[in-house]
Design a protein around this ligand. Structure first.
Ligand SMILES: NC(=O)c1ccc[n+]([C@@H]2O[C@H](COP(=O)([O-])OP(=O)(O)OC[C@H]3O[C@@H](n4cnc5c(N)ncnc54)[C@H](O)[C@@H]3O)[C@@H](O)[C@H]2O)c1
Length: 319
């Protein structure tokens, strides 16, 4: 391990998981929070992850649940009692700190996981820049904002890049590691090593790319599927069957949309309709003939009927 002290800025859904997983893997972890109020919101999330980790460890151990690669090797070395003790130790070791200078002192890596708001992130980087030690590497977990938008505010563009996790990181343990054009390769490699150290599968993204790897593939697939439906070409079940039988994939686009949630799908389509330049130029040529208005109407109708996807018991399918 080349890093020791990890600081996570923001203790929301993802920040609290990143902190927990890093502590589970033996790192010294501090979460920086902007107020005492944030502490009362973050603490229950950590309590919740402790329960979720233990429940998954028990299911893995009894063979009743799917394997979580973020929690243990499947080579027979997994020790249930040791893993549970490790979860408890991780939970109690995480420090919550509201003083930014104190939080980041001597940090090897700072992971910014604050709300997806460009201006708030810029203000944070400006406040942080003079406080960091020379050695500190800084990454963002932003899903939709590119690191090149922020590099100049960090005071260390060569040590700044993206480290993007998926929700429920101990189960869906991919970490997309993406440079911006000023990132030094040395720190790109270090962050890939760190991602592996916290039991993620590190996926290098060697050029800055909106959507990283997964969403660059997934979003066009989902939009194409929706368009086949709203333009009356076919129905969700037939589209899913075509995809599954034709490629051997375990889930079709409408099954995936139900898992992602129809509200998120609505937000993405709505964003593309309002700001088409968010889509890269080649894809734009392909996607712009799509009827985004009809997609929004169809998704809106499902939402009005309370069909939010798998989480509500019904979306394109009933559960
Ligand atoms: N939720 C996901 O599935 C997911 C997946 C991958 C990446 N991300 C990214 O992770 C980041 C955080 O997302 P989240 O889902 O955890 O959000 P969240 O809303 O759950 O948490 C945001 C955190 O940021 C803090 N915050 C907001 N404004 C702040 C400010 N001005 N100063 C200091 N702290 C501030 C909040 O108090 C909260 O702790 C975003 O950039 C998002 O794109 C989210």
């Amino acid at each position: 391990m080349s890093y020791r002290k990890i600081v996570v800025a923001g203790g929301g859904v993802l920040g609290s998981q990143i902190a927990f997983q890093s502590a589970y893997c033996g790192f010294d972890v501090t979460i920086w929070l902007r107020s005492e109020g944030s502490i009362t919101r973050t603490q229950p999330k950590l309590d919740n992850w402790e329960k979720a980790y233990i429940s998954d460890i028990e299911s893995m151990s009894s063979g009743s649940g799917s394997w979580c690669y973020g929690l243990g090797d499947d080579d027979g070395t997994f020790d249930k009692d040791k893993a549970i003790a490790n979860v408890r130790k991780a939970h109690s070791s995480i420090k919550l700190e509201c003083d930014l200078a104190k939080a980041v002192k001597d940090a090897d890596l700072i992971i910014e996981s604050m709300a997806e708001d460009k201006n708030q992130k810029i203000s944070f980087y400006k406040m942080l820049a003079p406080l960091m030690d020379e050695k500190t590497v800084l990454v963002t977990n932003s899903s939709t904002l590119l690191p090149s938008m922020f590099a100049k505010y960090t005071g260390r563009p060569e040590k700044y890049l993206s480290l993007h996790f998926a929700n429920l990181i101990w189960k869906y343990n991919t970490a997309e590691v993406m440079v911006q054009d000023k990132t030094d390769q040395k720190y790109f490699k270090e962050v890939i090593d760190f991602a592996n150290d916290i039991r993620m599968v590190a996926l290098p993204v060697m050029k800055e790319k909106s959507g990283y790897l997964l969403n660059s593939l997934l979003v066009p697939l989902l939009l194409s599927a929706l368009d086949l439906y709203v333009s009356g070409v076919s129905d969700p079940k037939s589209v899913d069957t075509a995809w599954k039988k034709g490629t051997g994939a375990p889930a079709g686009p409408f099954e995936i949309l139900d898992v992602v949630g129809l509200q998120t799908a609505y937000n993405i389509v709505s964003q593309y309709q309002k700001v088409p330049k968010l889509i890269n130029p080649i894809l734009r040529k392909m996607l712009m003939p799509y009827n985004f208005k009809a997609q929004l109407q169809t998704l809106g109708k499902y939402l009005e009927e309370g069909k939010l996807g798998k989480s509500s018991g019904e979306g394109f399918y009933k559960y």
